[in-house]
Design a binder for this molecule. Sequence first.
Ligand code: ADP
Ligand code: ASP
Ligand code: MG
Length: 449
Amino acid sequence: MNSKTVKFGGSSLADADQFRKVKAIIEADPARRYVVPSAPGKRYSGDTKITDMLYTCQQLAAAGADFSDVLGKIRDRYLEIAKALELSFDPTDELDRIAFRLKEGATKDFAASRGEYLNGLLLSNYLGFPFVDAADVVRFNENGTLLMSETMLAMREVLGKLENAVIPGFYGAGPSGEIITFSRGGSDITGSLVARAVRAEIYENWTDVSGVLVADPRIVPDAAVINTITYEELRELSYMGATVLHEDAIFPVRAAGIPINIRNTNEPSAPGTLIVADDSADSDVQTGYTITGIAGKKGFCAINIQKAMMNAELGFCRKVLAVLEEMGISFEHMPSGIDTMSIILAEEAIKGKEKTVLSKIRKAVSPDSCEIEHGISLLAVVGRGMRRTRGTAARIFAALAHARINVKMIDQGSSELNIIIGLLEGDFEEAVRRIYDMFVKSTIGEDAD
Ligand code: ADP
Ligand code: ASP
Ligand code: MG
């Protein structure tokens, strides 16, 4: 029988009303057999996600402090949902066991995973679907790297026997059974793994927006929905901060050719965004713009190095990069001139190592100057349509020039799928809005082959 794997995010399961919507969506299509829930998320802006409360409990426990207040709030949230849905589910015993483990020094990953675990139990109770603990089917090695074939085997073994199931997202287990989580937002990855294991016809990822939008709705509130997007484009966008889908959720289904459909739990009739392979993405059913999406992130810095005749010095770049490698620092971009080179990297990657890095670079290549510039943001304009359209870069920079925004760096990948721009952090939001307006609201300067 055909099956669809459906993953519901935290806001889709934040309270009893949301649970009702989720059930209605699942019951509307019998193919929606395998369900992956996140932990309850925010009910309103300013609310706290269960996952964050669990991290707090673990931090307090590790410091030997009392965490019963926070744990009590977690219990109340699950109980409130269960009561409103008239379920007998009571998380008290499970939470007592969790509290005991926390006092004994349980890890951050263990604590965080319990949000999904408990929500999985609650949802399985509500839907009447069997519960499959992700610790039994999602496998990691001792370094926390996902073991794909072991996971596929374990999932197929268990899910093959079940007509339908609830499998909590975000976590799995290491070789000795210890709980390991993906990075934040990782329930998307679990959904993708389940979809691949059961060879689903589609992976539906239900969230709180009607698809992937051309720009972050927190910056462009009325941003248009992207109808179809390729795996590559979405990976670029999610890597650069379009948090709608975890960047690592793409690989498992992509390898199996399973499309992803991003849908809105609060607007189930909207078709959402379909994520497909490049050759099946029909550009005519696109939104009709040259670009597919805009995303970006703050929190970068640049190591600016200057040295007269740098271009003639053999091995200059290699020596500089060797310093970063030696210090375990990865970088994002490396724009260069004749006598200058810059390395753009995340502030987080170099935090606490700035002085050592600079002194090692000085020793390695004796530059005329070498300094770190902080407060940089990176913005990516992504689109498969850019390959066959002239003038895209001109339009981007015209939009920025009109807004008097200074561009610090430009990088276009060889695939011509994206153009990355470095900007001051203070210019970031305005730059996103200006580029959005240039491509979505106007057609000035468009020149397709
Ligand atoms: P979930 O809890 O369902 O996993 P997330 O909060 O992880 O949902 O992802 C959905 C959110 O991603 C949206 O509410 C929106 O604020 C944010 N977002 C950022 N960029 C985009 C984008 N380009 N398109 C859609 N949503 C985006
Ligand atoms: N609950 C986890 C988080 O908040 C995982 C997820 O939502 O996907 O990051
Ligand atoms: Mg998410």
